[in-house]
Design a binder for this molecule. Structure first.
Ligand SMILES: [Zn+2]
Length: 367
């Protein structure tokens, strides 16, 4: 009996020691993980006419510059209209920079620098927007193309993606030009018109044009992510998410064929059944999750800024990684940061419920 008590006591002591050591390691990692933020004094605010700036973006939203794969010219008038609006809105910048039209509707501005030895840079934005899905108009809090200014926001398609960027850059350039500023290095402003449909006529043509002129850019700044406020669990501060790359993708077509026949006497295996089994397996066997590369760096940077238990978790991924991955797996946007995602998007099958395909070839099912 006494032996048993001693054994239990020793076991309890061992357990306590293990907990203390573990807690020590967790705390050590939290403390070791200091903030990476560089303290920089804020520059004085530039006086701007906020109402006029907002009004210009609001007007820009009213041009329905929707890009389309099928009919690239269908919104030519809207693009031309917005370009005229840009020209009228930023006269000082237009006097200082050279403007070129590339690929019919894209804009390339060259703001010549004073030091030609310095490599140039390019600031990018796009003029086009995506269409509004038919039937969803009533779901909009404000109409998509009215440019309503209400509740401290400018509402509408493109207010954020990406006319907001485009106009902000030009507002800055206009203000700076008026103040007598001339850049040291040459700055290109490249504004494509078909970014939402792959950018082959706009951005690609601009890149080819610059390459043909032997231009080598030092860096490019394109539209990116948000400055989030309260979007990241456990982070009270705002966080600027910087997109340093874009995920690639591959589209695969799966197809199955089976013996055609009347649905009253179906074959044992139907094409739909076989393909459905394959697709269900794809959904059930997702690609592995990882925390590496830029995502690992993001967690590393965020960890010391977190509060409470979240800070302990992010500072001790050696222990909590499975917990974090499970949490991230729960919703689409966060899941996309930790794995290659799989999405089943289009499904074609037979068009009749009973018999005989309309065409003589056997029915095929693809997804
Ligand atoms: Zn965009």
């Amino acid at each position: 009996m006494r032996r048993l008590i001693r054994f239990i006591r020793n076991l309890a002591l061992l357990l306590i020691a293990a907990i203390v050591i573990l807690a020590g390691v967790l705390v050590f990692n939290v403390v070791k993980h200091g903030s990476r933020q560089i303290q920089v004094a804020a520059i004085p605010r530039v006086a701007i006419d906020a109402q006029a700036v907002a009004a210009r973006l609001s007007e820009a939203i009213r041009f329905r510059t929707i890009s389309s794969h099928e009919k690239p010219d269908q919104h030519a008038e809207a693009l031309r209209g917005m370009q005229a609006h840009i020209e009228k809105s930023f006269p000082a910048f237009h006097a200082a920079a050279k403007r070129e039209i590339v690929g019919q509707y894209s804009l390339l501005y060259t703001w010549e620098g004073s030091d030609h030895k310095m490599p140039p840079i390019a600031l990018l934005a796009h003029q086009d927007v995506v269409p509004v899905a038919p039937g969803t108009e009533k779901d909009w809090q404000q109409p998509p193309f009215d440019g309503v200014i209400a509740d401290g926001f400018i509402w509408g398609r493109g207010s954020w993606d990406d006319k907001g960027n485009l106009y902000s850059m030009l507002e800055a350039a206009e203000t700076m030009t008026k103040g007598g500023f001339r850049p040291k290095r040459t700055i290109y402003f490249a504004f494509g018109h078909d970014e939402e449909t792959a950018g082959t006529a706009g951005a690609k043509a601009i890149a080819a044009l610059l390459a043909s002129r032997g231009v080598r850019l030092d860096f490019v700044v394109d539209e990116g992510l948000l400055i989030t406020e309260g979007m990241i669990k456990g982070l009270d501060k705002s966080a600027a998410l910087i997109g340093v790359a874009e995920k690639g993708y591959a589209s695969l077509v799966l197809s199955a064929q089976a013996t055609p026949g009347h649905s009253s006497m179906p074959p044992r295996d139907t094409a739909i059944g076989m393909l459905s089994a394959a697709l269900a397996r794809l959904e059930d066997h997702r690609l592995p999750m990882h925390i590496r590369g830029t995502v690992a760096e993001m967690f590393d940077t965020l960890a010391p800024e977190m509060n409470g238990f979240n800070r302990v978790v992010l500072s001790n991924l050696w222990l909590f990684k499975p917990l974090l991955l499970r949490e991230f797996e729960k919703n689409g946007p966060s899941e996309a940061t930790i794995r290659t995602t799989t999405a089943l998007t289009i499904f074609h099958a037979a068009t009749r419920t009973t018999c005989c395909p309309a065409t003589p070839k056997p029915p095929s099912t693809s997804a």
